[in-house]
Design a binder for this molecule. Structure first.
Ligand SMILES: *Cc1c(COP(=O)(O)O)cnc(C)c1O
Length: 371
C-alpha cells in the first residue's frame, strides 16, 4: 500500500540515538537545548521550548494566556482534535468557525463572524503547509486584543511573506510525531518572541520547576536542603527528552531536502491532474508552503478513495470537521457550510518525500483511470 504519510530516518539518526544511550542522560538535557537553539535559529524565533508533543505546546500557550471558563477561543472546524482538546483542558470555551472552501484555512471573514467580546485567542492552522492570510487576521486580532496561537504542525518551515510560520503569532507550535515532515518519534516545540513568557513556559513543561534551579542540578545539590522542591505553578510534565532531540538535530539537517521533494511531487500532481474533473489546490500568494498535504476536491470523493484503496493507494481526508464530532458539537454556534462541503468533497493524496517517481506516476495514472 502506498501511504499518505512517510518519515525518513536512517543511520545518522540511529547513531545519534546511540550516543544518547551511551551518555545515560536520556531525559531533558543538553541535546534538548541544542535542538531548541538550532531550530529557533533556522526559523528566526527568539525562543523555542521542546515539548512532549504539539498538543501540549498548544496547551501551554493557552495556559500562558491565563484563560478563564468565560473566555472564548476561536478554532476553525477543519482542525486536528488535539487543538480543541487543548483549549478545553486550558479551561476556555472553544468557538468553532468556518473556513475558506478552497484553502481550508480560517479567513478574516470567518474569524470576524466568530469573534465576540469574550474572544481572547484564536488557534490558527496553516492547512497542509499553506499559510493563512495572516496580515488580515492579525489586523483584526490586534484591534480586539486577541492573541494568535499558530498550530504550525502542518507548516513547520512554511513562510508567510518571508517570515516563518510559527513565529508570526503570539505563540507557535509544531509537532514531530511520526507522520510529520520532521520526526522525532514523539515531540513538539513551542515558539514565542516575548521574553516575559520564558520562565513560566518552562515551568509548564516541567512540573512547575524553576528554569534556573532546574537547569543546574548542581545548584540544588549544594544548597543546604537539596531534597526540598518548590514548584511555582500547577502543571503536568510535557518536556522533550534527549533521545527525541538527538533525532531532531539530525532531521533538521535533512528537512530542506524533504520539503524540496514534496514540492516537486506537488508540482507533478498539479501538472498531470489538470485536465480531469478534479479541483486542484491553490496556494497563498507571496508565501512558501512546506507541502505537508496535497488536497483536491471532487463530487465522488469517497468513491475515488475506495477505488484508490483497491489499487493499493491510501488516501485520506484531514481533518474531519470538529463541529461534526459529538464531543465538540456544542461549540458550534451557527452553520458552517464550507466545512460541511469540504468534508464531503476533499481528498488528500499521498505526499511525502519517500514516494518514488514510479509510485507518483502510478498514483496519477490510477486517479486518471478513475475518471
Ligand atoms: C499532528 C498534529 C497535531 C498533534 O501533534 P502531536 O505532536 O501529536 O500532539 C496537532 N495539530 C496538527 C495540525 C497536527 O497536524
Amino acid at each position: 500500500m502506498i501511504s499518505v504519510f512517510g518519515n525518513t530516518l536512517g543511520n545518522k539518526d540511529l547513531q545519534a540515538v546511540k550516543e544518547v544511550f551511551d551518555s545515560k542522560i536520556l531525559g531533558y538535557g543538553e541535546k534538548v537545548k541544542k535542538f531548541e537553539d538550532s531550530y529557533a535559529r533556522k526559523i528566526n524565533s527568539r525562543f523555542a521550548l521542546g515539548t512532549a508533543n504539539c498538543t501540549s505546546a498548544i496547551y501551554i500557550a493557552l495556559k500562558l494566556l491565563n484563560l478563564t471558563p468565560n473566555d472564548e477561543v476561536v478554532i476553525p472546524s477543519i482542525h486536528f482534535i488535539g487543538a480543541i482538546n487543548a483549549i478545553l483542558m486550558a479551561n476556555a470555551k472553544p468557538v468553532i468557525a468556518d473556513v475558506c472552501e478552497t484553502s481550508l484555512n480560517l479567513t478574516v471573514e470567518h474569524l470576524a463572524k466568530a469573534v465576540t467580546k469574550k474572544t481572547k485567542a484564536v488557534v490558527l492552522l496553516h492547512y497542509g503547509g499553506n499559510p493563512c492570510d495572516f496580515d488580515q487576521i492579525q489586523d483584526l486580532c490586534k484591534s480586539q486584543n486577541i492573541k494568535i496561537v499558530e498550530d504550525s504542525a502542518n507548516s513547520p518551515f512554511s513562510k508567510y511573506k518571508g517570515q516563518y510560520c510559527g513565529t508570526l503569532g503570539e505563540f507557535g507550535c509544531v509537532s514531530f510525531d511520526m507522520n510529520k515532515i520532521l520526526v522525532t518519534g514523539e515531540g513538539g516545540m513551542l515558539f514565542f518572541q516575548d521574553k516575559s513568557y520564558l520562565d513560566e513556559a518552562f515551568m509548564y513543561t516541567y512540573h512547575g520547576f524553576d528554569r534556573s534551579s532546574f537547569s543546574g542540578y548542581s545548584k540544588i545539590q549544594f544548597s543546604n536542603e537539596w531534597w526540598n522542591v518548590n514548584p511555582k505553578l500547577l502543571t503536568l510534565k510535557f518536556s522533550m527528552n534527549n533521545i527525541s532531540a538527538a533525532i531532531g538535530l539530525e532531521q533538521l539537517k535533512k528537512v530542506d531536502k524533504f520539503i524540496k521533494t514534496r514540492k516537486d511531487i506537488w508540482g507533478i500532481y498539479c501538472e498531470e491532474l489538470e485536465n480531469i474533473d478534479l479541483k486542484l489546490p491553490e496556494l497563498q500568494k507571496d508565501c512558501n508552503s512546506s507541502y505537508y498535504f496535497f488536497w483536491c476536491f471532487l463530487k465522488d470523493r469517497t468513491k475515488l478513495a475506495n477505488y484508490l484503496k483497491q489499487k493499493n493507494i491510501y488516501s485520506t481526508f484531514k481533518y474531519y470537521p470538529l463541529h461534526r464530532i459529538k464531543l465538540y458539537s456544542e461549540f458550534q454556534r451557527y452553520d458552517l457550510p464550507n466545512a460541511e462541503k469540504i468534508s464531503e468533497t476533499c481528498l488528500n493524496l499521498p505526499l511525502n518525500q519517500n514516494l518514488t517517481e514510479s509510485e507518483v506516476s502510478y498514483i496519477i495514472e490510477t486517479v486518471k483511470s478513475f475518471f
